[in-house]
Write a protein that binds this ligand. Structure first.
Ligand SMILES: [Zn+2]
Length: 205
């Protein structure tokens, strides 16, 4: 069986990652007549149950995966294929940073079994440090054309923004805060390196 094609969309918050994922899934379905199916971790509560949702409120149906258990994607694919009576062609996965660490092996398995996979996720956390599960997926990217790195605009100066700025009660969150805090514009802004604020960051961290 021919190995499937992998596309990885990584970037900052508010950079249009989900929009890019949805566009590519719609293109595969509408123009290439592929059977597509999308997944997201259930802990992404912003989109609502059973949906991918962009900042502009464009939606696409998605299956929620409890606890971000990547193996569950394989089980849900089998179930979906049984329901529709044929194999899926394209698998979309959003918010890859919130899936379990075996997301790499699960996607590799899907590719080996002929599925095309498009995955999107956050590259850096609010401390400016990599989300390991997102960044590990670079290992599955074969050419530069299959990797999209998206930035947004700094809320302060409008320049390219690489970093998510977490804001709690109107103030920048501290370095020691928990890495995961699911939220949108009410607790995050895009910022450039110059305007990213991270109080209490240890000098060697
Ligand atoms: Zn800036």
């Amino acid at each position: 069986m021919e190995r499937g094609k992998f596309i990885l969309i990584l970037g900052n918050m508010f950079a249009g990652k989900t929009e890019e994922l949805i566009n590519r899934l719609v293109r595969s379905r509408e123009y290439k007549h592929k059977i597509v199916c999308a997944f997201k971790p259930a802990k992404d509560t912003r989109s609502g149950t059973g949906l991918l949702k962009t900042a502009k409120d464009v939606t696409f149906p998605a299956i929620d995966i409890l606890e971000g258990d990547a193996y569950e994607i394989l089980k849900k694919i089998k179930l979906r294929e049984w329901e529709i009576g044929r194999k899926l062609d394209v698998v979309g996965i959003d918010e890859v940073q919130f899936f379990s660490c075996n997301i790499y092996q699960v996607i590799d398995h899907l590719l080996n079994n002929g599925y095309d996979v498009i995955a999107a996720g956050l590259k850096l956390d609010f401390r400016g440090e990599p989300f390991p599960h997102s960044v590990s997926l670079l290992g599955l990217v074969e050419t530069t054309y299959d990797l999209l790195l998206l930035t947004s605009c700094c809320k302060i100066c409008g320049e390219e923004a690489q970093l998510p700025q977490r804001i709690i009660d109107g103030k920048p969150a501290k370095y020691s805060d928990a890495v995961e805090l699911v939220g949108g514009a009410e607790c995050y802004e895009a910022r450039c390196h110059k305007h990213h604020e991270l109080p209490e960051k240890p000098p060697t961290a």
